[in-house]
Design a protein around this ligand. Structure first.
Ligand code: ACM
Ligand code: ZN
Length: 773
């Protein structure tokens, strides 16, 4: 309500301005990422017109380039041609200058008065971010722009604001990489982590090792879908020459982005082994891998040739890339070859490496290889970043840890006094699906990372002291490209999640607010549209929140849309139009239905939200769990089981809750004596993730909720290698009885069978719904 009132005032003011000055288009400082401090002032409004000039300090090329960027943005967004000058005019100018006294080198101060707009930076980079902010305040519309008198004081929360891109699984040519860098700049991102090598293709020219590209950059085909076993048999390849890479480094530098190259070692090296088979433990032959996954064939850690190879490659990498940090990978390096390799075992012996209760000898051998690469890079004045596996074994005090398997690696590193960059898959892997409705999405690796989930990420764990927290130097999102064959799809996976990321990286947590972010998003999207970026539009669809009301036994549905755009819905499965019922208040559902809803924004219909809500005798009834839900997969808790909603084949969406190392034991209160003859449990199975089906289900009845009598128990066989992943509904029928309380017990597998790599461990069960009929 309050928001609408403020919006009304702004519109009114806008109207007044246009009367007095004839300026229709007004700048709005509600930008993304949100600056630390934006204050309205009373020094008069600035009008940007064809007479405006941009002034920069004489003789400073970087500042001249900054001025050119701003002029280009103004031209693109408003059609205005502003001139550049290195003399400071008395009025009508946007003045770019240095000299802001701020310890944060990327800080800037922006001030709008009637005479001028000034952007003063602590460095040229600070000025660049001031320009990015100013650019994002302007509407995309032809004409003069009125800037209300404003003061902005801004600086980033984190110094390392990264985005990673894998160009091995799929290759994107140099022009696409430049377009990518422009997209990063729009989001105030200052590190481009370029994952240049992997099992499926080596993508950077190394002059001393020409076969890395003549052989290692090409694979004979690519597996279809998710390692289906079928291949397209189409040769796939591509690499960047050193000249192209240098040109990209320069292009990025001009936009204050540092390119951090990654040479992933000692694992993920099969493409290099295809070129130089003697670098592998078995000697090959090897092919550039045509499928996805983690290859067992890695660099032989016992061979001196491997050390020479590392020096040859990294020696040229430091020549191409001036970055202080060089990423040396270190992730997902299987040790099966090393365990059997005489050379690797001889190295373990020669180095006196001994396994201990924390790490195997082979893990420590990996530390030796990473340490070797680090010493070489240190000798060239550089530092290493490695994936969080480099914590296994010995970690040098100067290595920076990139925490990807969760936040734990980053927390551990910070506690050890090492720097860390947070990029947990759970929140920042942009190769994951961004919506629950995966059936209508391009094939992705799996997972679920919505814009809201990205936005919710807090990189500094509460367990860290203030001194430890200083070691969390940054945040990064990663894009692995197994399932991203085109650049257009790459943009779709990045946007608008990059917008959410940019606020995690830049804005102080006290200022972050997801609803407010969504209100600011359309202004940024207008620049996406201008640039022709392919972005995902899920955030513009109707959002539904479901609440189980066990008091009046209904499912409450709250619908919302960005900017409070009108929502129309149906409950009979018919397609909603603007003639359908308009949503005004929470829906209260008491019987099965198909909810469909759209919103209309700028005369455009959103995608249709579709949700089947199924009622049975347990739905929206009071429910008690006698054994706990697994903390990691608790989501909205026990009422998930009786909310009438179905899960999709994806266990991370919140539709499924998990039980681990204990049973699911649920008691439903039917609230009055009720005749029942059937109960069911719906499970999700993903065998590779140790999410197995139930081993038994029991149904019990009680009149007082205390003493239960068994109605039926059914046992299920252990998982076999022939079983399929998917959703299973297990129904138990019994002679009909009248009862008030029903207990359903589902037992997970407590000992995974020997054929499975989880042999002997307990398995998860995931349940989205239980039913009573
Ligand atoms: C990774 O995702 N393997 C770092
Ligand atoms: Zn070996």
């Amino acid at each position: 309500m309050k928001k609408q009132y403020i919006l009304g005032l702004i519109l009114l003011c806008g109207g007044l301005f246009s009367c007095s000055s004839g300026v229709k288009n007004q700048a709005d400082f509600d930008v993304i990422p949100l600056p630390q401090e934006v204050q309205t002032a009373s020094a008069g409004d600035f009008v940007l017109s064809n007479n405006t000039v941009i002034a920069y300090p004489k003789g400073n090329d970087a500042m001249k380039r900054n001025a050119e960027f701003l002029a280009e943005y103004i031209k693109e967004q408003t059609g205005k041609n502003v001139q550049l000058t290195d003399e400071i005019p008395s009025s009508g100018a946007i003045v770019l200058s240095l000299g802001l006294d701020n310890a944060n080198k990327e800080a800037y101060h922006l001030e709008v008065t009637k005479q001028q707009i000034t952007i003063t930076g602590a460095t040229e980079a600070g000025v660049f971010y001031g320009i990015q902010t100013l650019r994002k305040t302007m509407p995309v519309a032809e004409g003069d722009v009125l800037f209300p008198s404003t003061v902005v004081n801004d600086y980033p929360r984190f110094s390392y604001r990264g985005v990673h891109l894998d160009v091995s699984r799929h290759f994107f040519p140099a022009d696409s990489i430049k377009r990518f860098i422009d997209m990063l700049a729009l989001h105030n991102i200052n590190r481009f982590h370029w994952h240049l090598t992997d099992d499926q293709g080596w993508r950077i020219e190394i002059k001393k090792r020409p076969e890395l590209t003549t052989i290692g950059s090409k694979r004979a085909g690519t597996v279809i879908a998710r390692n289906s076993g079928e291949y397209d048999n189409v040769e796939y390849g591509g690499f960047y020459t050193q000249e192209e890479a240098r040109d990209i480094v320069k292009y990025a530098q001009e936009r204050f982005i540092t390119v951090v190259p990654e040479i992933d070692l000692p694992g993920h090296m099969q493409a290099a082994l295809a070129a130089y088979p003697y670098l592998g433990c078995t000697g090959g032959p090897y092919e550039v891998w045509k499928q996805w996954g983690i290859s067992d064939d890695v660099l032989c850690a016992g061979n001196d040739e491997t050390l020479k190879f590392i020096e040859d490659v990294l020696g040229e990498i430091v020549d191409i890339f001036p970055s202080e940090y060089i990423h040396v990978g270190g992730d997902e390096c299987p040790k099966v070859r090393w365990q059997k390799c005489p050379k690797c075992q001889a190295r373990i012996k020669a180095l006196g490496i001994k396994a201990d209760d924390k790490h195997t000898a082979e893990q420590k051998l990996q530390s030796y290889i990473i340490g070797y690469a680090e010493k070489f890079l240190n000798s060239k004045g550089r530092k290493i970043i490695g994936w969080d596996e480099i914590l296994e074994g010995e970690l040098s005090p100067t290595a920076t840890v990139m925490s990807w398997r969760g936040s734990e690696g980053g927390i551990e590193a910070a506690k050890l006094g090492n720097d860390a960059i947070m990029t947990p898959a759970s929140h920042l892997y942009f190769d994951y699906y961004q919506t629950i409705d995966t059936e209508n999405e391009p094939l992705a690796i799996g997972g679920y990372v919505s814009v809201e989930r990205v936005y919710s990420y807090e990189p500094v764990d509460q367990s860290l002291t203030a001194d430890e927290a200083k070691h969390i130097i940054g945040v990064q999102a990663n894009l692995w490209t197994e399932y991203i064959p085109t650049y257009s799809q790459l943009e779709y996976m990045e946007l608008p999640r990059l917008a959410a990321l940019s606020e995690v990286q830049w804005t102080l947590p006290a200022k972050k607010n997801y609803d407010n972010f969504l209100q600011r998003l359309p202004q940024l999207i207008s620049i996406y549209d201008l640039k022709g970026y392919n972005y995902a539009k899920h955030v513009f669809n109707v959002k539904a929140e479901y609440i189980t009301d066990y008091v009046d036994n209904s499912i409450k549905v709250v619908l919302s849309a960005i900017g409070n755009s009108p929502i129309y819905y149906t409950l009979d499965g018919s397609e909603p139009t603007e003639k359908s019922q308009q949503y005004s208040d929470t829906l209260s559902l008491k019987e099965s239905c198909i909810l469909k809803a759209i919103t209309i924004r700028n005369n455009k219909k959103s995608d249709v939200l579709t949700e089947k809500i199924d009622f049975n005798k347990a739905t929206a009834k009071p429910l008690t769990l006698l054994q706990p839900i697994n903390e990691k997969y608790k989501f909205n808790g026990e009422y998930t089981l009786v909310d009438g909603l179905s899960g999709t084949p994806n266990y991370r969406t919140g539709r499924w809750i998990a039980f681990y190392k204990n049973d699911m034991e649920a008691v439903v209160d039917l609230k009055q004596e009720t005749s029942i003859h059937k109960a069911w449990v719906r499970t999700y199975v993903e065998i590779g993730e140790e999410i197995l089906d139930v081993r038994s289900i029991s149904v019990l009845a009680s009149d007082d909720g205390k003493t239960f009598k068994e109605l039926k128990t059914e046992d299920f066989p252990p998982v076999t290698s022939k079983d399929k992943n998917g959703i299973y509904t297990h129904e138990l029928e019994f002679n009909s009885v009248n009862t008030r309380y029903v207990k359903i017990i589902a037992k997970p597998e407590y000992k995974i069978p020997a054929w499975h790599w989880g042999n002997g461990r307990p398995a998860f069960i995931f349940v989205d719904e239980i039913g009573i009929e």
